[in-house]
Every structure is written in C-alpha cells, then in structure tokens.
Design a protein. Structure first.
Length: 382
C-alpha cells in the first residue's frame, strides 16, 4: 500500500457539490406519483394541489434528522418539500436540505408493506414459516398483557427486555423511550447498555478524551490548520444539508483546511475533500497511531507538560494507583512493556502498509500543525 495524492480536481469538484445540486433533481422527483398513492389533480404548473403544508422530519436513523415540509391534500401527503428556513450564506444557520431518502418518504408512509393491523403466527406453524393471520387489537392487547404478566410473575421484571431503536429518536408517537416507560410503569425492565452504534467508543472515549466521543467534531476543522480523518467517511454515511457531509464541504470551501484521509478505501470523503489519501490495511489504525506517537516522542514533538498535568498513564511516572511499572503507553511504544517490541515507524509500516517515511512525515505534520483536528469514524470500534 502507498500514499496517494488526489489529482483530479475536475471530478472531485463535480462530486463535491453533486449532493447539493442533486437536491433540485430529487425535489422534482418527489413531486411525481409513487406506487399505490392517489395523487390529487395537479395544478397548472404540474405540481400536486394541497390544502396545507406541515412540518415533519425524516427519522430514518442515518444520523441526521432532516426537517421536511409535507404538503397535504384531503389527509394525504402529496408532496415533500425541504427546509426553507435559514440562510445559506451563514454556515451554521443554513437550510437543512433533506436527501433523496427523506424526499421520497411517501414511499414509506404509503408502502403497501406497512403493517397496519396486529398479525399473529398461524396455529400449527413455526417460527420462520412466515405464515400469519390478522387478529383484533383487543386480542393482541390481551395476549401481550398475559405474556407480560406470566413473564413478570415467573421470572421477575428483569426478564422483560426493551430493545434499543435509535431510529425512533425524534419520533413523538413511536419513540423507543415510550416502550421503556411503559415497561417501567409495569415494574421495570432490562434495557440495553448504551447503543449498537458506538458503545465501545463511548467507553474508550471517556478514557481517551474525557468525554463520550472519539475525537474532534468535524466543525472543529474550521479552527484548525490540519484535519486528519481516521476511517471517517461522511460523504457516504452522513449526507444532506443536516449531515456532516455539508459541514465538511463548507468548511473545506470556506477555510481550505488541509485534509488527510486515512482509510483502506478511496472513499467519497477522500475523493471530495481529501488533499491526500493514506491507505492502510483494514484494522491497523492503532499500529499506525503507535508509529506516529513513537516519532513524536522520539523527536520531542509531544506536549509533555500537558501529559503531566492532564493525562494518566502516558508514562510510568503517571500511572494510576496500582498499575504495574512498564504498563504505560510510553513503555509500550519504547519496547519496555510486556511485549518488548519498540513501535518504530518501520514496525508500523510492516503492519499497516504505510511507508515508514510517510509515517514520520505525518507525525511531524500532526504535531506541528497546532491545532490539528483529528476525527475518527465509528467503524474503528465496531
Ligand atoms: S440525510 Fe436523508 S435519510 Fe438522513 S435524515 Fe436527512 S433526509 Fe433522512
């Protein structure tokens, strides 16, 4: 593997703004009839007529929660419009434009596959057979109440489990906390620990950063001289005017901060805002970081005062109570830890595939940028 300089500005420029330009196209698409939906007669200009426009939101759990304006005719949503508030010339107060998924949300609202009545597995069939029959709401309530009562009486409330469901965040009628509250009203239940997206990062981030997240916010880059992204790919995972893709594009456009993207893939993020892409073997980020910090320490580029006053465990003089000598990060880097291996750039190069000289140079760039924004995707902890 090797480093790569992004060298096709024309294509990059095109893709950089395609998400925004695509907004007009998707808006037009949203005004056309979708399967199974009765669309009222159109206005003279071809748009569906509507009685009113109401605010709503897209809560498909992509990470954003884009506002939507729903045009309604006779109780039917006939058209989806994006946010029209804010001021695009004022970053931070800009329109939050929904992406195509939000703008086509009528397909979800009126999908013939939505469950509208309780279904129960047919008698005599087993799980996985996929055979169900409709039952009344009263029967459903009675059967669920009986099952809850049996479970609580037999095993206790801790045998009730309320699953996570961050896709319901932002929902008024369907928020997962309503289910938890319902179970709590019945005496309590077992709930998930943290979440399925970044539970490990929440734990690790608490130790690494003193907070719940793994790195700088992407908007910190506007105050930085250099931005280094580890496995962070908002261009494919955080789209729309409300997503981080918009943030990173605007910050790059407005402030021009140099951006290095570290990722096994030449991602859309590397393509759109990366000044440089550093490819490494999947899952070897920690080795790369060890090689980087080894250089910083060897060349005296680290901030020893900060480490001495704000951190625990960097060197053997600042270990937590009870930790054995040789268990600090510096001991690990310098080969004085249990594995006895010095984490030189050459060592890291063997593991990561990133050339040792590039590791040295990157370490110097990060350490001397002052400040450097370092951001990490959640994939590293998954
Ligand atoms: S980015 Fe798209 S999918 Fe995500 S909340 Fe906004 S409209 Fe919905």
């Amino acid at each position: 593997m090797s480093t790569f300089k992004a060298a096709n500005p024309t294509r990059r420029s095109f893709l950089k703004w395609s998400g925004i330009a695509g907004g007009a196209a998707t808006l037009a698409a949203a005004s056309t009839p979708t399967r199974g939906v009765l669309i009222p007669a159109a206005n003279a200009d071809g748009t569906p007529s509507a009685d009113k426009t109401v605010w709503n939101a897209c809560t498909v759990n992509c990470g954003s929660r884009c506002p939507l304006r729903l045009q309604v005719k006779d109780g039917v949503v006939v058209r989806i419009l994006p946010d029209n508030s804010g001021d695009d010339s004022d970053f931070g107060n800009h329109n939050i434009r929904a992406c195509v998924r939000g703008r086509s949300i009528r397909e979800k609202i009126y999908s013939p596959h939505r469950l509208k009545k309780p279904l129960k597995r047919k008698a005599g069939t087993k799980r996985g057979d996929g055979e169900y029959e409709e039952i009344s709401w009263n029967q459903a309530f009675d059967e669920i109440a009986d099952a809850m009562r049996h479970t609580i009486d037999t095993y206790g409330n801790e045998a009730l489990y309320a699953n996570n469901g961050t896709g319901t965040t932002g929902g008024n009628m369907l928020h997962r906390r309503l289910v938890w509250r319902f179970f709590d009203a019945a005496g309590g239940c077992l709930q998930p620990l943290r979440n399925y997206s970044n539970a490990a990062a929440i734990v690790a981030g608490t130790y690494q950063y003193g907070g719940a997240y793994t790195s700088n916010s992407t908007v910190d880059a506007q105050n930085s001289k250099l931005q280094v992204m580890f496995g962070l790919n908002q261009a494919e995972t955080r789209m729309s005017g409300g997503g981080e893709l918009y943030n990173i594009l605007q910050i790059k456009k407005k402030y021009g901060v140099k951006t290095i993207v570290i990722d096994p893939r030449y991602s859309e993020t590397a393509l759109t805002i990366g000044d440089e892409w550093i490819a490494l073997r999947p899952g070897t980020d920690a080795a790369l970081v060890a090689g980087l910090v080894h250089v910083m320490v060897a060349e005296g580029l680290h901030d020893q005062d900060f480490l001495d006053t704000h951190c625990v465990g960097f060197d053997d003089d600042h270990l937590p109570d009870g930790a054995p000598s040789g268990s600090s990060y510096r001991a690990y880097l310098e080969g004085d830890g249990p594995d006895g291996i010095e984490k030189t750039p050459e060592w890291a190069a063997e593991i990561t595939g990133v050339p040792a000289d590039r590791i040295r140079q990157l370490a110097r760039e990060i350490a001397t940028a002052k400040p450097c924004a370092i951001t990490a995707g959640w994939g590293l902890q998954r």
